[in-house]
Ligand binder design. Structure first.
Ligand SMILES: [Zn+2]
Length: 113
């Protein structure tokens, strides 16, 4: 008879930081970019192997990411012009700005519905 531990853990929601705006959000609310052997690519499934970086699904964050060198820093690689074009194309499919949650209540952001 094996004794099983009963304590039921609260479900852990993985949190990630957007590399552009530095806000933390649930992993599922962010888009993953991954560094693979082929280069840097968008990973909508979040399952590809490789070093990943996370971004909000809006053009504001992507623009900031592409303007600065943040992705290269986050992934510790160089983003080739080809990769960059892929990212820019993906960005074009995103909404310009994410619906902003009511921020009047302060930094305690509740990402739940
Ligand atoms: Zn962001």
């Amino acid at each position: 008879m094996a004794q099983q531990q009963k304590g039921s853990k609260p479900r852990h929601v993985p949190q990630r930081t957007c590399i552009a705006c530095r806000k933390v959000a649930g992993k599922r609310n962010l888009i993953r970019i991954v560094r693979t052997e082929q280069g840097v690519e968008v990973d909508p499934t979040g399952k590809k192997a490789g070093r990943g970086a996370y971004l909000h699904p809006n053009q504001t964050c992507w623009q900031a990411m592409l303007t600065g060198n943040r992705l290269a820093q986050a992934l510790r690689t160089n983003v080739s012009p080809d990769n960059r074009r892929v990212l820019e194309a993906f960005m074009a499919s995103l909404p310009v700005q994410e619906e902003i949650e009511d921020e009047q209540s302060g930094p305690l952001a509740q990402a739940s519905t």
